[in-house]
Ligand binder design. Sequence first.
Ligand SMILES: NC(=O)c1ccc[n+]([C@@H]2O[C@H](COP(=O)([O-])OP(=O)(O)OC[C@H]3O[C@@H](n4cnc5c(N)ncnc54)[C@H](OP(=O)(O)O)[C@@H]3O)[C@@H](O)[C@H]2O)c1
Length: 315
Amino acid sequence: MHYAQVQAFGQAPQYLEGPDLPAPTGNQIRLKVLAAAVHRLVQMRANGQHFSATSAPLDPSSDGVAVDESTGQAYYVGTFAAPLFAEYANVDKARLVPIPEGKDPVTVAALANPVSSSWMALKTRIEEPPKYFSVLILGVTGTSGRTAVHVARKFNAGTIIGAGRKEAALQALVKEGLIDKYLVLDDMLGAATTALGHVDVILDYVYGKVAETVLNNLQPGATKTQYVNIGTIAQDESITLNAQTLRSKNLAMSGSAPGAYTLAAAGKELPAIVDMAASLPKPADVVPYQLSEVARVWDTDEARKKRLVLLPGKL
Ligand SMILES: NC(=O)c1ccc[n+]([C@@H]2O[C@H](COP(=O)([O-])OP(=O)(O)OC[C@H]3O[C@@H](n4cnc5c(N)ncnc54)[C@H](OP(=O)(O)O)[C@@H]3O)[C@@H](O)[C@H]2O)c1
């Protein structure tokens, strides 16, 4: 069987050939892997920067789409259920969500993890927000941030404010009707946040100085702002939070990832998350490659700017 692994953390995965898998156990099923996306999580695992990556050689994949060749039924394979940079996987049946016929495996593989990021935040990490709540998405131009726009609408958000570094990209999101307003992540962010007034929910994929600036410039008031950290795309894991900020705002803070919610809670939401991922259009920046090309395409400008999806076999 062909598979791919990083031989040492920080190196690109190598495409290798090895023995076939053992027979699946009683609660497992043998599936042919169709698509596994290279999320930020997967890159972190390959670099040894994620708690789930303890030693190499390692298959850094997280989740993906695979098919039962005997029935033709395709499934979403949950996070860390099985190594998926491989032609075949033996997967615990409890970790599978059937995908309706005709749905694109590449889109589901690319979007289930990004959808889950905002879905779990809004479902499990905040108190019921006001009807037609306002939400500020920090990092809205990334895959997860753009997906969060659709998820927020599904949760009945009213006003969606997107924040990102590139004004043209933000203007395009307004033009498409996806967001209502935008903030540019620049030196004027503090003033822009103050001018924005109250927001009910903040979904933060950026963290660092951006989070610090936004939190310090929130409006005091009777209505709570619920802040949820989801990512650290700014690669700055720490912020300084003035005690004055906590005392002078009506602020609730939390984070969202496994650990902040239970695996059982994530499992409960998974069918709805997969359904949403399958219903979204394939993002323009999703680029599929054969798994055999992994070493060549892994550490490229395209891989840094876009979302690679690796295909171990023919779709
Ligand atoms: N907790 C969870 O469940 C969960 C799930 C998925 C992802 N995440 C995390 O969420 C974050 C975003 O993930 P993603 O999938 O959206 O990644 P992504 O598709 O790579 O998007 C990141 C975007 O952030 C922007 N960006 C890069 N550096 C930035 C900076 N210094 N300041 C502001 N914006 C910056 C870039 O957009 P521009 O070039 O247009 O500015 C980039 O497209 C990552 O930290 C990821 O690990 C968490």
